[in-house]
Write a protein that binds this ligand. Structure first.
Ligand SMILES: C[S@@+](CC[C@H](N)C(=O)[O-])C[C@H]1O[C@@H](n2cnc3c(N)ncnc32)[C@H](O)[C@@H]1O
Length: 370
């Protein structure tokens, strides 16, 4: 069978030939972020219905409106600073920024006037892990599905020992090998969260996201700002994941690494580097603990479903029904009524998708403050 080797595959192979096997995290970093080739930094943006995946901000403006109402609450808590600087990291196509502004202009004109919402993304050379000190420190740092896209190390148990997964090559083919953990941070990570991995038997796997730790440190520093004056700041991170005790369990034997190619879940992370998305669930305990070490405090940790409910998604749906779909009560049988009914179902379905406990609704919303 002849294999087409892509330019990125070739680069990875050359690196392995030079340096020896690389950690899965190094492989993932190249597959997603290698300049000019990586999945996130080359070619068309791949989100949305046409791409490989879609996110909450694609599903409905309701999500952005809830973010708007959340920002409003925080703005009031901070005593309405103007400008109110919000920095979104990993903003992709900046859908969320657009949705928040569209909501704020008519619904919260005071916030709209103060709001300075900036969208950053590694596609545009703005790496959340190395953000330069901002000229204007943000009041709020926000991200949706950013941390799950950071490169992860993978560990695997064998005979009561913990090994790390490396990527090696043989005759131009990439394959996995196990070896000693690449650093003490990887080796000691699961102990930090009291995970009894040695009791989990052979071939149990887990992902370790060290970049998530650097990122929250960096974020805390950004929120501290550069001025001598002490002021408040908030971090909002929305993503899929769990607390450590729910993420690293005996029953989840293969970890949570997922590969997406054109909306299809595939099981071959080493195939098509640069052409498929790779992600892993977020360890929220790690973000909370490390955030605390960096001087942040926990403000809220909840599910997307509960958070959207608290932010009034159902109230908004009900208001829209009363305002735009009165025809459903008066003339449901008419053509106008039938069309309205379809539109109403569509709208309601979007809210159901965002809050579905088996899907987006189980995402977590973490808010930390300083
Ligand atoms: C799953 S997408 C989510 C996009 C958008 N937030 C949304 O909800 O549709 C992840 C985004 O994070 C960006 N990204 C990944 N790593 C990043 C980093 N280190 N710094 C900044 N952006 C990053 C990617 O380019 C991509 O746009």
């Amino acid at each position: 069978m002849s294999m087409v080797v892509t330019p990125l595959q070739q680069l990875i192979i050359e690196r392995i030939r030079r340096e020896g096997p690389i950690t899965f995290a190094d492989y993932m970093r190249m597959a997603l972020y290698e300049p000019g080739h990586g999945y996130y930094v080359s070619g068309p943006a791949r989100m949305g219905w046409e791409g490989d995946y879609f996110t909450s901000s694609d599903v409905a403006s309701f999500f952005a409106h809830c973010v708007g109402r959340q920002l409003y609450q925080l703005w009031v808590l901070m005593k309405r600073p103007a400008p109110f600087v919000v920095l979104e990291q990993g903003a992709g196509r900046a859908n969320l920024a657009r949705g928040v502004r569209e909501w704020a202009e008519p619904e919260a004109p005071d916030l709209y006037t103060a709001l300075d919402y900036r969208s950053a993304d590694i596609r545009l050379g703005q790496d959340a892990l190395f953000s330069n000190e901002q000229a204007v420190p943000p009041h709020v740092l926000i991200s949706n599905e950013l941390v799950d896209a950071f490169p992860v190390h993978i560990v695997q148990t064998r005979q009561s020992r913990l090994y790390e997964v490396y990527v090696a090559e043989q005759e131009g083919q990439l394959h996995e090998v196990l070896d000693e953990p690449s650093s003490s941070d990887v080796a000691g990570y699961l102990e930090r969260y009291h995970i009894p991995w040695a009791e989990f038997g052979d071939n149990w796997r887990a992902e370790i996201n060290l970049d998530a730790l650097s990122w929250i440190m960096q974020s805390a520093r950004l929120l501290m700002g550069c001025g001598p004056r002490k002021r408040r700041g908030f971090l909002i991170a929305i993503d899929y994941g769990e607390r450590a005790s729910e993420l690293y369990t005996i029953n989840r034997r293969h970890g949570t690494l997922a590969c997406y190619y054109k909306h299809q879940l595939t099981e071959r992370p080493l195939a098509r580097p640069g052409a498929q998305d790779l992600t892993a669930h977020v360890n929220f305990t790690a973000l909370i603990d490390e955030g605390r070490r960096a001087g942040l405090r926990l403000h809220a940790f909840t599910t997307q479903r509960a958070w959207l409910t608290e932010m009034g998604i159902y109230d908004e749906l009900e208001r829209i029904r009363k305002r735009d779909f009165a025809v459903l009560d008066s003339e449901r049988a008419s053509d106008r009524g039938q069309i309205a009914l379809l539109q109403w179902y569509n709208l309601r379905q979007r809210v159901t998708t965002l809050t579905d406990p088996g899907g987006l609704g189980s995402f977590k919303v973490l808010i930390m403050k300083r």
